[in-house]
Design a protein around this ligand. Structure first.
Ligand code: BG6
Length: 471
């Protein structure tokens, strides 16, 4: 196996609400995810207690050998009212974290917005359903760029705009609106795209040497068979779920085929004068890719009606119900792939497919910002975690990244698996773990929150030491 480029950013990722805890401490206010995370699991109040233990966590990162650490900043910690008064305690926390990283030669990669809208702004004007969010988001970005831009070279604007839009639980709708939910979604998506483009422009203006891009949640779409009807369904699903967002971010346009879809479904967003120019001007320097699985679809029949995805939150294999988009596609499973207990289909080659599809179209440098497998881990009496399923999953994905670089000529400058440490899963609390570092707590028992290195920790350490030669 040929080696990875020199200075490849071997990293790992987390997000504020999932690790920090201290969700109402030292001036922080609540975000919409603090309020909405599945109540049957651990909430975000303590999470992995990273807020109080970040020094210990950074020393584990150092021991692991990380070259980069991707984390998000909580808007609610910096601007508890959404705007206005800056919370000094929040600034101090991120300053100390960033200093600790830099002093340990770990490159900080900062996500500006990872699903955690301040509740105050949701209540005041419906969050991303109103254009009022744009000046507030820009103000928040300006504060971050001015305070942390001297040490942060890589910025991610919005995490998984597509998933906020495609999954049933990550955005709030306006009750009693005269607009359909579909129309509300496309309106919010447009406003979010304006916020993203404004952040990119501001970053370029204030921090000319920094690099900024989105973190896209991408699952490549496959047709169930080579029946042309399935091929068409897959093409359309790829457009609706992936290309739509990529074209907005990278080419600043609504594809004509998407315009036809939106007109046909009465969900064209309101596009004001200057919007498309702004979106075009917000040119990304790179694209972050969150990749977990691929998806397979088949054609719909005339009887098929729209049905929302039913997520398997408990890890009871086989309980996911795939979505149907009327007239477009119907989700189905892929008989060639294995799946985890949450029915996510494990597809390392799908990562290479994704990297190829995106790079062929846009030729922007790529950074893998998330990749990993959620699993139930067991802490043995000797305080070990034998998670070979995790290193197997990652090994196969790292191999495909290497093929993409060496054989396909794709510019990929880093790999940041999800997640550095165990954290509150967005859908399934602490039952579903992703970390290299085990946190001793469960959804119901807080215990000591002691950190333990999993077997995958030592595996990844070897990968980083050998720059990807030893997998
Ligand atoms: C990504 C998110 O969608 O997937 C993370 O950016 C999330 O926040 C991760 O945790 C895994 O999803 P889940 O639902 O298993 O936690």
């Amino acid at each position: 196996m040929p080696s990875f480029p020199e200075k490849f950013l071997w990293g790992a990722s987390t997000a504020a609400y999932q690790v920090e805890g201290a969700y109402l401490e030292e001036g922080k206010s609540l975000s919409v995810v603090d309020e909405s995370i599945a109540p049957e699991y651990a909430d975000t109040s303590i999470a992995s207690d990273h807020y109080h233990r970040f020094k210990e966590d950074v020393s584990l990162m150092k021991e692991l050998g990380l070259k980069a650490y991707r984390f998000s900043i909580a808007w609610t910690r910096i601007l508890p009212n959404g705007r206005g008064q800056v919370n000094q305690a929040g600034v101090d926390f991120y300053n100390e974290l960033i200093d600790e990283l830099v002093n340990n030669q770990i490159e900080p990669i900062v996500t500006i917005y990872h699903f955690d809208l301040p509740v105050v702004l949701q209540k005041e004007y419906g969050g991303f359903s109103s254009r009022k969010i744009i000046p507030d988001f820009i103000e928040y970005c300006r504060v971050l760029f001015e305070l942390f831009g001297d040490r942060v070279n890589y910025w991610l604007t919005i995490n998984e705009q597509s998933n906020m839009f495609l999954l049933p639980y990550l955005i709030s709708f306006t009750e009693n609106s005269d607009q359909s939910k579909l129309k509300q979604k496309y309106e919010m998506n447009h406003i979010m795209t304006l916020a993203h483009a404004s952040a990119v422009k501001l970053c370029h203006e204030l921090l000319p040497n920094a690099k900024i891009g989105p973190a896209l949640g991408i699952s490549p779409i496959y047709p169930k068979t080579c029946d042309p009807k399935d091929i068409l369904a897959a093409e359309k699903a790829e457009e609706l779920r992936n290309t739509f967002f990529l074209e907005l971010y990278c080419n600043g346009r609504y594809l004509p085929t998407m315009q036809a879809y939106m007109r046909g479904n009465d969900c064209l967003p309101t596009i004001e004068a200057g919007d498309l120019t702004l979106i075009k001007e917000g040119k990304c320097d790179f694209l972050g890719i969150n990749y977990y699985d691929s998806k397979t679809v088949e054609h719909v029949t005339e009887q098929d009606r729209t049905k929302e995805l039913v997520i398997n939150k408990d890890g009871q294999a086989g309980t996911t119900e795939k979505e149907v988009v009327e007239g477009v596609y119907k989700g189905c499973s892929n008989p060639y792939l294995e799946r985890n207990d949450w029915d996510w289909e494990i597809d390392p080659i799908g990562l290479r497919v994704t990297l190829n599809r995106i790079y062929q179209r846009y030729q922007l440098p790529l950074l893998i910002t998330e990749n990993g497998v959620g699993a139930i881990d067991t802490l043995t009496e000797e305080k070990k975690i034998h998670d070979t399923y995790r290193s197997d999953y990652l090994k196969k994905h790292v191999e495909q990244v290497c093929f993409a670089i060496v054989q396909d000529g794709i510019e990929i400058f880093g790999f940041c698996p999800w997640s550095f440490i165990d954290l509150v899963s967005t859908t399934s609390g602490f039952r579903k773990r992703y970390g290299f570092v085990y946190v001793d707590r469960t959804d119901t028992a807080l215990r000591e929150l002691t950190r333990h290195r999993k077997d995958s920790f030592y595996w990844y350490q070897g990968v980083i030491r050998s720059n990807g030669k030893v997998l």
